[in-house]
Structure formats: C-alpha cells, structure tokens
Design a protein around this ligand. Structure first.
Ligand code: ATP
Ligand code: MG
Length: 213
C-alpha cells in the first residue's frame, strides 16, 4: 500500500525519535519523510504531519519556504499560518496582547543593546527561534556573562530574548498542556533544565527524565 500520511522528520536527526518508533507501528498508512530531502514528491501524500523537523531552528527561512510550497500540494498539519507564527517566540507578545499571562520578555534584535538592569539577577538569555533549549542559558548576578551570551546570539544573526528566571520551574517543573481537536487531552511535566546544566539533543532528553502527569 502506498503511504498516505507523511510523518515529517529531517535527514539530519542526531538520534532516532523515540515517539516515532512508538507511533509508526500503529499507523500502517504512514511513513517517515524528511522535509529536507529534495527527492520527495509531497503531492503523493494526502497529509503531512510535522513531527521531528528539529533543524528548522537553524534554517528557518528555508523551512518556511518548504512549508509554504508543500501547502499547495498536500494538507500540512499544523497549517502554514500557525507554523509561521509558532516558530518564533515573538508570539509571546501576541499572547500578552490578548491578555494571557506570559513570562515578562524583552526581545533584542542584532544591533540593539539591552538595558543593563534586564541582565542583572537571575536571568535567562535565549534565541527567539530555538528548540530543545539550544542556545538557552541561565545567569545568576553575572551581567557581563549574560551580555556576552546576548552578543554571541547576535553574532549568529539571531534575535535574542531576556527573561527573569522562573524559580517555579525548579520547584514544580514546567507543564505542557496537550489539546487535541481543541479539547484538553493530557499534560506532561518537564523537569528543570537550565539550573541543572542539562540540554536536549534534537528532542531527545539528555540527562533528565520527562514524566507524564
Ligand atoms: N524564564 C525561564 N525560567 C526558567 N526556566 C526557563 C526559562 N526559560 C527557559 N527555561 C528552561 O529552558 C528550557 C528551554 O526553554 P524554552 O522552552 O523557552 O525553549 P525551547 O524548549 O528551546 O523552545 P520551545 O519550547 O519553543 O520548543 C525550558 O524548558 C525551561 O526548563
Ligand atoms: Mg520549551
């Protein structure tokens, strides 16, 4: 049988995705397809579901150009407009404008400087386009190091963001709420990462356990 569902990954996955190994046996009409494989005929799939395209953070314009192109020939899940909005954490400003509580965030473009007061105390400096905590760093009362990290993100051409460190993440973790078809389905708790010097590699947890709640 020809696969009808493309579960979209990348040719560049550092480690196999554990979720996909669990999912694929239950979806015989699906197969793993890489967004960055130029040989793929996207029109041959009824639907393309974004799953483990982790290198989008390094190649965002190219990734969005690909998403736009395939949206014309197959049904992209999530829709293009959502993908464009959601791949850059500047969406936090939109959420705040709609009255949702968000972590106080200052975005700093390359070429701009940050107010020193924002870099004092316990602060997180991270890229506005990022995943798996790559490029995110925590500083305690070290304005010079925080400024240096900001400068290194800018040198990479990235928009940086500064947030206060939320200590609740150490106490209760971070809870992801999963909605399916607009209805709450379940939640997953993530342990603190930055205060424990941990990182994620292409979505795989290194040195910590995620726990379903
Ligand atoms: N302001 C903050 N306070 C406490 N912890 C933070 C803060 N910002 C980031 N972290 C920690 O760093 C991790 C990664 O940060 P964040 O979730 O913002 O980016 P990401 O996981 O790389 O991107 P995305 O969530 O969009 O995939 C978080 O899961 C959390 O553990
Ligand atoms: Mg995150």
């Amino acid at each position: 049988m020809t696969a009808r569902i493309a579960i979209v990954t990348t040719v560049d996955l550092a480690v196999p995705d554990a979720d996909e190994e669990l999912l694929l046996p239950h979806l015989p009409e699906a197969e793993l397809v890489a967004w960055d494989n130029p040989e793929v005929d996207w029109a041959s799939y009824e639907v393309a579901i974004l799953r483990s395209t982790w290198n989008y953070t390094e190649r965002l314009p190219e990734f969005l150009e690909w998403a736009s192109r395939i949206s014309g020939v197959t049904r992209l899940v999530n829709p293009l407009e959502t993908v464009v909005w959601n791949t850059d954490k500047r969406y936090l400003d939109d959420l705040a404008a709609r009255g949702l509580p968000v972590v106080p965030t200052t975005f700093v473009e390359p070429g701009e400087t940050a107010d020193a007061a924002l870099l004092t105390g316990s602060v997180v400096v991270k890229p506005s386009v990022g995943a798996g905590s790559a490029g995110a760093a925590l500083f305690h009362d070290d304005e010079a190091a925080a400024a240096a990290h900001l400068a290194s993100l800018h040198a990479d051409g990235r928009v940086a963001m500064i947030q206060p460190y939320l200590s609740q993440v150490d106490e209760v973790g971070e809870t992801a709420l999963i909605y399916l078809g607009g209805k709450f389905s379940h939640a997953a708790r993530k342990a603190a990462i930055l205060s424990r010097g941990m990182s994620l590699v292409h979505g795989a947890v290194r040195g910590r356990e995620d726990r379903a709640v």
